[in-house]
Design a protein around this ligand. Structure first.
Ligand code: SAM
Length: 266
């Protein structure tokens, strides 16, 4: 399989070097599963002071990164599937976008600094992404988040192929809680079902906990999460009203389905 190449256009490549070198991403690079290419935009400044930015037209605080510098840096790269600009004004990055990007073979990340890029850079990009409603000092941390989230979806990057499938958001729900040793800690015991060896009961408990957590913390996710009839029964037991289930488009719980069938056949 050809590696997914991440090219970062940045003024601070040294901030991203550890991400490319260490931990699972470092290993994935070493195994040829992904490739991280750090490009210093300063190398594409053409004036004698190697200035990549200038003052904003119309006045105001801060400096703006020049579009011609960004364009020359972009043109130095092989063709990309996506050129992504990091900006607080972009589309909110989430697991769905990560899944989409994980299908590509070359992603270019434009990391801003100062007041960001000259607005004409928007004509050079395929997408603008934000990692949330807050303002950071640069796009490198945002781009590193996307590198982390996308890389782990590539085949072979995680040790256990299935380990990202149960993660929060991948299944449409938040993840269930996990426990490890010690079995008892400060009066808190690990739920008994997890040490029962009954795999069907463990699966059922985990699904129930994922539903409970999602209902408590992120009920908005239930609008789009794929739900089975057994999930509807669990949600009813958790106090959700039938009208709410219908609003989420959840299927009827198993008992209700049977009753409906009985009625129609009589
Ligand atoms: C100080 S910010 C510029 C903020 C810009 N003046 C504004 O208010 O939208 C500098 C750079 O950090 C990056 N950045 C900051 N916050 C971000 C966020 N929430 N998501 C993605 N990138 C962000 C962008 O690349 C941006 O160009």
């Amino acid at each position: 399989m050809t590696p997914l190449v991440f090219s970062f256009l940045t003024l601070f490549p040294e901030l991203l070097e550890p991400f490319a070198r260490e931990a699972i991403i470092g290993k994935a690079c070493g195994r040829g599963l992904i490739d991280v290419n750090l490009v210093n935009m300063r190398d594409f400044a053409e004036n004698k002071h190697l200035k990549v930015d200038d003052t904003p037209y119309g006045g105001g605080a801060g400096m703006v990164i020049r579009v011609d510098v960004a364009q020359r840096a972009l043109h130095s790269l092989p063709p990309a599937d996506e050129v992504i600009l990091f900006t607080p004004a972009g589309q909110r990055f989430d697991q769905r976008v990560a899944e989409e990007l994980a299908q590509k073979s070359h992603l270019v990340f434009l990391c801003g600094r100062y007041e960001g890029f000259d607005a004409r850079v928007e004509g050079l990009v395929t997408r603008e992404l934000s990692i949330g409603d807050f303002v950071m000092m640069g796009g490198e941390a945002a781009a590193a988040c996307v590198l982390e989230a996308v890389s782990r979806l590539r085949p072979g990057v995680l040790g256990d192929e299935e380990s990202h499938q149960a993660d929060s958001f991948s299944s449409g729900l938040l993840d269930y809680p996990e426990y490890t040793r010690p079995l008892e800690w400060q009066g808190q015991a690990v739920p008994a079902v997890l040490t029962s060896g009954n795999h069907a009961a463990i699966r059922q408990w985990r699904r129930g906990e994922a539903l409970r957590r999602t209902l408590e913390r992120r009920p908005d996710l239930l609008n789009t999460a794929p739900l089975a009839p057994a999930d509807s029964a669990t949600l009813l037991n958790l106090g959700v009203h039938a009208e709410q289930l219908a609003h989420w488009g959840a299927p009827p719980p198993p008992a209700q389905r049977r009753r409906k069938k009985d009625t129609s056949s009589s």
